[in-house]
Design a protein around this ligand. Structure first.
Ligand code: SF4
Length: 588
């Protein structure tokens, strides 16, 4: 760090690398309010003179570029890069010192003599936005903080001493539905005083160029790695930022991410919290370590990147107590032992839903309401009242068939559940053993479907075709079983041997899958990539396309019908629309 002498006996501080460039000009000190700054005159035309401030020059700004450079320590002469940040107008106004005539003791809190109240307001996008008022200036100041961060629940405890420090862009594959993982991270990021935004892959490049984030986080599932890597390569050519990767794929296969600057393994809230503190220090009351054994301590997800969604996603628990061999869940629990099944309190869940006030709620839990006592309490408390009329927000959730009993069916109906997703997967016992579903009999699955229908809950049955060792007869038997059970929507996918799962590793070890990682796609509807005969691959591919329609009309196809030419893809897509309409009450 070096000193640059100014007029009035003052001097400014700059980094060593900026010294030569800045010091070749003549700078002088000037006072604005209580703060001294350094500036110099520049000629922009023949007789036109203007000024540029040293802190703007250090940050590469030019006259009239509308960028605002803020001093983090409020010392206008400390022009070292660590102390400077480019901020929006509203943040700069928000971070300004109290004015001389301030009577409340708080910025943005002023006395309204007519109402005899302290009023709070923030300046956003060029407008003063009222945040409420109070007889007590401290309460008004708290309201102001809530108003400023009104999109993030439970944010009253944010101290603004650090202001927004970094822009962090989180990139997900698609934003058709809310993506809870990055939304939870966004909340922690904002709680640390930084800015966060979630965008999808298709708009990420343009958004990043415009927003110039200091950190870019990628949420990557198996099969998507290359897409994110390509985007990162493109962005690295034009922007300076730190890249962070997270979610299942980097957690299981970190060795494939030498192109990323940081890898977040497992659940990300604590990791991102520590990372931000390491990068920029801790904002006075920034989020401390989240206690995973107390899942309620995790802040609610930030939904600001997903405005106007009719269906809102929630999660009441993390982890899964079951061990299906095709699923990564129990391997995750082995890798991260503190991330086994944890359930939020009913009060916390209901408070969040009341705060969000959605038209429709989708509970993303692997298995909803695992504990019966939780389910009873939930059914009791999941209720709203408006002008004397009681109602509950319609919702959808996932269950295992063995969990559905008459009492659960009744509790689901009572609490407003409109649809349940359940997995049959395969009707053949041999295959059910292979995937770890043999603990549930077909009879139990049928009972579960019947109980739900009696309680007027729509049922989606999920099935997997082309499991290792399958024949077309096995797949047709699964279809026949679905036709008998009559779910409201029968969903069928083609098995993908995801590496890191028991069954994926079994396929690789036994030569059932001979491809490599690059052949694994993110789509469950493509032809099987296992070592099956071409004839069977085509048959099961066709069966997947017409599966839902066959269940809908109750007709079994002949094996000879299962050819690609005769069975186009639009049937599958049309039936998905029908299924979604039933499950989501026509909201999607
Ligand atoms: S019940 Fe669902 S989430 Fe749990 S292990 Fe099986 S497939 Fe995975």
């Amino acid at each position: 760090m070096k000193k640059i002498p100014l007029s009035q006996g003052k001097f400014a501080l700059v980094n060593d690398e900026d010294y030569e460039r800045i010091n070749k000009h003549k700078w002088y000190a000037y006072k604005s309010g209580n703060t001294y700054y350094a500036r110099r005159n520049i000629w922009t035309g023949k007789k036109k003179q203007t000024v540029i401030q040293m802190h703007r020059d250090v940050m590469g700004c030019v006259p009239r570029d509308n960028k605002i450079v803020d001093h983090k320590d409020f010392n206008g002469l400390n022009n070292t890069k660590e102390n400077l940040q480019i901020v929006s107008v509203s943040i700069n106004v928000h971070r300004r010192h109290k004015q001389k005539n301030n009577t409340s003791g708080y910025v943005g809190i002023y006395w309204r003599p007519k109402k005899k109240l302290w009023a709070a307001s923030v300046r956003m996008n060029g407008r003063n936005v009222s945040c409420g008022s109070s007889k007590d200036p401290i309460i008004a100041a708290k309201k102001k903080r809530c108003g400023y961060f009104k999109n993030i629940p439970r944010k009253c405890d944010i101290e603004l001493s650090g202001g927004f420090q970094m822009r962090i862009l989180l990139i997900v594959k698609s934003m058709m539905m809310e993506t809870l993982g990055p939304m939870y991270l966004s909340s922690v990021i904002k709680k640390n005083g930084h800015e966060a935004k979630i965008v999808d892959l298709s708009s990420a490049y343009d958004y990043a160029i415009k927003w110039e984030p200091e950190i870019i986080g990628y949420s990557i599932l198996t099969g998507d790695r290359e897409k994110f890597k390509n985007l990162n390569d493109r962005l690295k050519k034009v922007l300076k930022f730190k890249s962070v990767v997270g979610n299942c794929d980097p957690s299981f296969f970190p060795e494939g991410y030498d192109w990323a600057d940081e890898i977040c393994k497992g659940e990300g809230e604590n990791w991102i919290n520590d990372f931000l503190i390491k990068e920029r220090g801790m904002v006075e009351t920034a989020n401390q370590m989240i206690d995973r054994s107390h899942i309620n301590s995790i802040p609610w997800p930030d939904r600001t990147s997903f405005p106007n969604m009719k269906v809102r996603d929630f999660i009441t628990s993390r982890g899964c107590p079951y061990k299906c061999s095709y699923c990564y869940n129990h391997r995750w629990a082995e890798l991260f032992p503190d991330q086994k099944l944890r359930v939020r309190s009913v009060d916390d869940v209901v408070a969040e839903i009341k705060h969000v006030n959605p038209q429709y709620a989708y509970f993303q839990d692997s298995c909803f309401g695992v504990r019966m006592d939780w389910m009873r309490e939930f059914a009791e408390k999941y209720e709203w009242e408006f002008e004397g009329i009681k109602y509950s927000v319609p919702y959808q959730c996932n269950f295992r068939p063995e969990m559905i009993n008459p009492e659960r069916g009744e509790l689901l109906r009572k609490s407003g559940c409109v649809a349940v997703r359940m997995a049959l997967e395969s009707a053949t016992n041999r295959l059910r053993s292979l995937i770890g579903r043999n603990t549930v009999t077909l009879r139990k699955v049928r009972e579960a479907v019947d109980i739900l229908k009696e309680n007027r809950v729509q049922v989606m049955l999920q099935n997997i075709l082309s499991l290792p060792g399958s024949t077309i007869e096995d797949d047709l038997f699964t279809l026949e079983t679905n036709i008998k059970y009559k779910p409201d929507y029968a969903w069928a996918s083609i098995y993908v041997p995801y590496p890191g799962t028991d069954l994926g590793d079994y396929c690789k070890k036994n030569g059932i899958y001979k491809g490599n990682y690059e052949n694994i796609t993110d789509c469950f509807f493509d032809q099987s990539i296992l070592e099956f005969s071409e004839e069977y691959k085509e048959q099961s591919y066709c069966l997947q396309k017409i599966f839902a329609l066959c269940v809908e009309v109750g007709v079994m196809p002949e094996i000879s019908d299962l050819t690609i030419k005769n069975l186009p893809n639009f049937i599958h897509k049309a039936m998905r629309k029908v299924g979604d309409k039933r499950l989501y009450l026509g909201l999607l």
